[in-house]
Design a protein around this ligand. Structure first.
Ligand code: IVH
Length: 676
C-alpha cells in the first residue's frame, strides 16, 4: 500500500515536470519560477534514490536536458539578422520581380538570376570567425541583439572551429540554420512538439554537455558582417562555404525567370516529405551582390529576397460558433470556432473569417461544413463552405452593430483614397474606453517590435489587466511588485526577473516609442519616418499644440491616411494624458541623425519626371544614405528639384518662383561623385 502511495506521488511529480517542460520548450513560457522547477527535479531524483522501484522514462535522470536557461548573455549583431517577406502564389512572385525591376529601373527583358534555397525550418544562428577561428555564436534574438550561445554551438560537428583556407575572410559572421534530422527527432518525440522546438530547446541548454547529446546539424546560407570576403554573388558564396568546410543545402539552385522558379518549387515540394529535414518553403535571393546592395532593405526584410511558402494543408470541419474579436485598432474580426481537427500535425480549433464582407460573400453560417486551410505560421482560415451539407434550419449570420466589448456603435469607415467603404467594421469608441481595445493596446505596447519586455507576454498582460494592476501603458512602469509576488505561479525569482526587464526598457528610442503607441497606420516603417522628422519626444508631443499636422505631409512616405490617424490620436485627451505620464517614467532617446559621409547633409530633394536607369525609390535611398532628406512637395523647405524626362510643369514653375536650384540626373549623381 505504502508502495502504491509513493508510486502515485512520484507519478504526479513526473507529470507536473512534463507539463512544465512542454510549456517551456514548446511555448517558451514558464509557469513556475526557476527555483520551484529545480526543487521539483531534486525531489524526483531524491525519491528515485530512496526507492529503487521508481522508474520513468521521463525522469530528469533519464532524459537529456535541463530547463533551457533564460539567462544567456546578450550581444548585439554587428549587422542585423533580418527576416523574409513571404510569397504564396505565382502572382506574388511576379510582383516581387516587377518591384525589383522597377526599383532598379530595368525593363522586363532584364534577366534576374536567383539563388534558390530550400527554407529549413530550424533556428538561425550567427557564427563570428576571426582569423579563421570560431570565436562567438549568437542566436537571432530580436534580430538586433541575440543570445551568446557559443559554447552550445561549439558542440555541433557541422560547425568548423578552425578554417585555414587562404581565401577565408579575415573576419566574417557566417549565418545559417541549426536543425535536427527527422529521424533523430523520432527519439525526442516525447519531449517536443516538433523538430524545430527540439532544436531550439537543445540549443538553449544551460550545460553544453546536454546540447552535445542531441545530434544538431548546421547548414550555412548567408553572412552578416564581413571583412575580406571575395565573392560577387550568392552562388559563389555558397560554393566557398562548401570549400571552407560548411554544409550547404544540396537542393540549392541558380535559376532565372519566375516560370522556372515555379518549376523548381514543384519539384522540391514533391521531394519535401522524403527529405531528412523539415522545409516550409524556398528562399529566393537575387544572386548578384551588387544588385542586392542597390536594393537594400525595407523595414526588417531585404528587398532582394523572398520566401516562397509551400501550399498549406487543408481539412474539413464544422463551425460550432462565430465569435467577434476586437483588435487594437477597434477592428472587429469574426473568428470561427470549429470542431477541432488535425491539419498537418497541428490541432486547429479556430479559423479567422477576416471581416464582415468575407462572411457575407461566402455566406458563412454557424453549423456549416467548411474547408479550413493552414499555411505555415499564418492563422488558419476558411476556404469554402459546403452548401449541400448545410443544416435545414441554418440562419444567416448577422454581424453585430454594437461592439461586443463596450457596446459602442460599430462603423465602417469611408476611405477617401479608394472611395469605398472599408471591409472592416470597427468599434467607434475612443481608445481606452473599450476594454478589449485597451488590452490589445497594452499587448502591442510590450510586444517584440515595441518595448519588447521579456516575461510580460500577452497572457500576463491580460492577467494583470483583469487584476487592475495595469490599465494604461504608464502603469507598467509603476507596478507594485509586492502584489505580484502574492499571485499564484509567481516566485521571488520570476518577480525579480520581471522587474529587471521592465526597468531595462525604461530607456527607449523615439521610433520604438512612437510605434509602441499603436497609432493606426503607424507601423514600424512610418514610426521611423516620424521619429526622424521629430528628432525629440518634445517635438512629437508639441504637435497637438501647434496643430500643424499638414507639415507631416512633407515627410516622404507619409500620406493623408497616416496624417489623419496621427491627428485623431492627439485629438483624444486620454492619449495626450498617457504621453504626459509616460514622459515621467521613461527616458525617450532623441534620434541620432547619422552623419555618415554627409555629402548631402542639410539638403532636401524632390524628383519630378522620369529618370534614366535609376528609380525614384533608389534615388531616395541614395539621398538618405548620404544624410540628405527627401520631401514630397515644392516649398521653401526644398533645396534641389531633380528633373527627369517630362517633369511636372507646375513643380518646375513653383521651384523657379521660389528660386530653388533645379538640377538634372547627372548633376545630382555628380554631387555623390557618381555617374549614371
Ligand atoms: S537568408 C536576409 N536563407 O528564414 C535574409 N534564411 O524568415 C534572411 N531560413 O531567420 C536570411 N533557410 O531562419 C535565409 N536559405 C536561407 C534560409 C533562411 C531558412 C530562415 C532563417 C531566417 C528566416 C527568415
Amino acid at each position: 500500500m505504502q508502495k502504491d502511495l509513493i508510486k502515485e506521488k512520484y507519478k504526479k511529480k513526473i507529470k507536473l515536470l512534463n507539463k512544465l517542460n512542454k510549456f517551456y520548450y514548446d511555448k517558451s513560457k514558464s509557469i513556475v519560477s526557476d527555483k520551484e522547477y529545480d526543487e521539483l527535479k531534486a525531489e524526483i531524483i531524491s525519491l528515485e534514490k530512496k526507492y529503487n522501484f521508481l522508474k520513468s522514462k521521463n525522469s530528469p535522470s533519464e532524459i537529456v536536458g535541463h530547463k533551457p536557461s533564460k539567462n544567456f548573455k546578450k550581444d548585439l549583431h554587428r549587422v542585423p539578422m533580418l527576416s523574409l517577406s513571404n510569397a504564396f502564389t505565382e502572382d506574388d512572385l511576379i510582383n516581387f520581380e516587377k518591384k525589383i525591376l522597377n526599383y532598379l529601373s530595368k525593363d522586363s527583358n532584364f534577366k534576374l538570376y536567383y539563388s534558390t534555397e530550400p527554407k529549413i525550418d530550424g533556428i538561425s544562428a550567427s557564427l563570428t570567425y576571426k582569423g579563421g577561428k570560431f570565436e562567438k555564436g549568437l542566436s537571432r534574438g530580436d534580430g538586433k541583439e541575440g543570445e551568446d550561445i557559443t559554447a552550445n554551438l561549439a558542440t555541433i560537428k557541422d560547425i568548423p572551429k578552425v578554417i585555414q583556407s587562404e581565401d577565408f575572410p579575415e573576419e566574417i559572421d557566417i549565418r545559417g540554420e541549426v536543425f535536427i534530422k527527422n529521424t533523430d527527432f523520432d527519439n525526442l518525440k516525447e519531449k517536443f512538439a516538433n523538430p524545430r522546438n527540439a532544436a531550439s530547446g537543445s540549443l538553449r541548454q544551460k550545460n553544453p554537455d546536454d546540447t552535445k547529446k542531441i545530434p544538431l546539424k548546421f547548414i550555412a546560407y548567408t553572412f552578416g558582417y564581413e571583412k575580406g570576403l571575395l565573392a560577387n554573388n550568392q552562388f559563389d558564396y555558397l560554393n566557398k562555404l562548401k570549400e571552407w568546410g560548411f554544409k550547404t543545402n544540396p537542393l540549392n539552385r541558380l535559376i532565372s525567370g519566375t516560370k522556372n522558379l515555379i518549376k523548381n518549387y514543384i519539384v522540391v515540394e514533391k521531394q519535401r516529405s522524403s527529405l531528412e529535414f523539415d522545409i516550409d518553403g524556398i528562399v529566393y535571393k537575387i544572386n548578384d551582390f551588387a544588385l542586392q546592395k542597390r536594393l537594400g532593405n525595407v523595414a526588417n526584410a531585404p528587398r532582394w529576397a523572398i520566401a516562397h511558402k509551400f501550399s498549406s494543408n487543408k481539412g474539413t470541419s464544422i463551425i460550432l460558433d462565430i465569435e467577434i474579436q476586437v483588435g487594437r485598432t477597434g477592428a472587429l474580426t469574426p473568428v470561427a470556432k470549429i470542431k477541432p481537427i488535425n491539419i498537418g500535425g497541428v490541432v486547429v480549433s479556430n479559423a479567422t473569417l477576416h471581416n464582415e464582407d468575407e462572411i457575407n460573400r461566402k455566406d458563412i453560417r454557424v453549423g456549416d461544413t467548411v474547408t479550413v486551410e493552414r499555411a505555415g505560421d499564418v492563422i488558419p482560415h476558411i476556404l469554402s463552405v459546403d452548401i449541400n451539407k448545410r443544416p435545414k434550419k441554418s440562419i444567416k449570420f448577422i454581424f453585430p452593430d454594437k461592439c461586443p466589448s463596450c457596446n459602442s456603435k460599430t462603423i465602417k469607415e469611408f476611405n477617401k483614397v479608394t472611395k469605398k467603404f472599408d471591409a472592416v467594421r470597427r468599434c467607434s469608441s475612443e481608445g481606452y474606453f473599450c476594454d478589449k481595445i485597451s488590452i490589445e493596446k497594452l499587448k502591442h505596447f510590450v510586444s517584440k517590435e515595441a518595448f519588447n519586455i521579456d516575461g510580460l507576454g500577452k497572457k500576463i498582460v491580460e492577467e494583470f489587466w483583469k487584476l487592475k494592476i495595469i490599465k494604461f501603458p504608464q502603469d507598467i512602469f509603476k507596478i507594485d511588485y509586492k502584489k505580484i509576488e502574492k499571485l499564484e505561479g509567481w516566485g521571488k525569482l520570476s518577480v525579480e526577473n520581471l522587474k529587471y526587464s521592465i526597468n531595462q526598457k525604461k530607456n527607449i528610442p523615439l521610433e520604438k516609442f512612437i510605434f509602441a503607441l499603436g497609432i493606426r497606420h503607424i507601423g514600424l516603417e512610418n514610426a521611423k519616418l516620424l521619429s526622424k522628422y521629430f528628432v525629440t519626444f518634445r517635438n512629437f508631443q508639441k504637435l497637438s499644440k501647434k496643430n500643424n499636422y499638414k507639415d507631416l505631409l512633407n515627410i516622404d512616405g507619409i500620406g493623408e491616411t497616416q496624417v489623419s490617424s496621427v491627428k485623431n490620436f492627439f485629438a483624444n485627451e486620454i492619449n495626450v494624458q498617457v504621453l504626459k505620464e509616460l514622459e515621467k517614467v521613461l527616458v525617450i532617446n532623441n534620434v541620432i541623425v547619422k552623419k555618415n559621409n554627409g555629402q548631402l547633409k542639410d539638403k532636401s530633394f524632390l524628383v519630378t519626371g522620369k529618370l534614366n536607369g535609376i528609380s525614384r525609390a533608389e534615388v531616395k535611398s541614395l539621398i538618405e544614405e548620404n544624410s540628405g532628406t527627401t520631401v514630397s512637395s515644392v516649398s521653401n523647405k526644398l533645396n534641389y528639384l531633380i528633373i527627369g524626362e517630362k517633369p511636372t510643369k507646375r513643380k518646375v514653375e513653383s521651384a523657379r518662383e521660389l528660386k530653388i536650384k533645379i538640377i538634372n540626373q547627372e548633376e545630382f549623381l555628380k554631387m555623390l561623385n557618381k555617374t549614371s
